[in-house]
Design a binder for this molecule. Sequence first.
Ligand SMILES: [Ca+2]
Length: 444
Amino acid sequence: MMMRTLLISLLALCASLDARPTNLVFIMIDDAGVGDFGCYGGEHIPTPNVDRMAAEGMRFTNDYSGSAVCAPTRCVLMTGKHPGHGVRRANQSLKGLLPLPDSDFTVAESLKEAGYATGGFGKWGLGNPGTPGVPEKQGFDLFYGYYDQVHAHDYYPDHLIRNSEKVPLPGNTGGKQETYTHTLIAEETFKFIREHKDEPFFVYACWTPPHGKYVIPDASAFDKKPWTQMVKNYAAMVALMDHDTGRLLDLLKELGIEKDTLVIFTSDNGPNPPFVKPLDSAGGLRGVKRDLHEGGIRAPFVAWWPGTVKAGSESDLLCGHLDWFATCAEIAGSKPPELKDGISLLPELTGKGELSKREAMYWEIYEGPGPFQQAVRMGDWKGYRQGTKDTLTLFDLSKDPAEKDDVASEHPDVVKRIEAIMKREHVPSPNYKALEGPKRRKKK
Ligand SMILES: [Ca+2]
């Protein structure tokens, strides 16, 4: 009996020594709202693959985007710093497009140091060729797609970029529209996974639909819907992202590495206004892209890791894109982010170990409904203001998820705590002007 126990322990030890490091795949599509997905209550666009991913994995119901627009979200994701600490706090700045500086340590650099192959596919937005912010100087072995965020508006450009080099797309010259870029970007994503199946890899699938120009080769699945062509195209773009997410999961299974791979599916910020009414893309929440109300920053977030993340599970943990770096660092045993703004989600994903305590999450942004917005989520409370001296508005999301009823005057203690968090977390940046802002509202 003793021998048998010893043998089993030895086998378990060998298995754990044998276990390969977990691959990390982060699929982040662009400008899709939380209400676009069936598993989040969406009723207009079929998303069977993301829904399947949730059924086989964990669906997060309190997950937030890094920011309410593209570039600062990507900055949060890469650096693990919230927007009151990061370099990129809006798409533009007082100094134009800001690249990530050399001094910023990224999740890709951390994973590369730990021996991961690192590939990014889609839209970068944190540094154009010739700047220190280019992905291949920020930890990526390969980045294929768009470096410039405005370039990424075009699905039929005459070139894409691979490690700062132009890749011509002759099918799109002289007004031709033969090569839809996402098709190439998806193929490159899958090719990278195949090529690196035998070593640990980090794949950042920052796919561009349904953002930018609303164009897609085939939207016929939605022909009969009572929507404008633009809304039909948008729906088809979301459906394509769902389809390709399914292809990615199937590829991992085909390669037999699905149990060694954590896949996240999310979106970078809330939806654009034209899709709120016909598709309920904001899921009934207040605000859209660029707004720090819930509709601008609440994100779909589904984690899939067969055999490790419990199938069909749900988490209401307050978390976000901010936590990806710390999560990866714990999984890979690699160097963590410079600042402790994020927490590792690994204990939540596995049900083992202890989560770090989180008092609140903080956002700031220098565009949108006001020139400067700040928001804090603390427990069920959501504080929001425009300008550092603006009156704080306060919402109890447990009763009022759509932020309709400002209860600030009834909870002066909570208001004080949230104002203190806003003051503490906002570290002024020479690249942005934090306006004091108007006193917009009269107290009730
Ligand atoms: Ca976006």
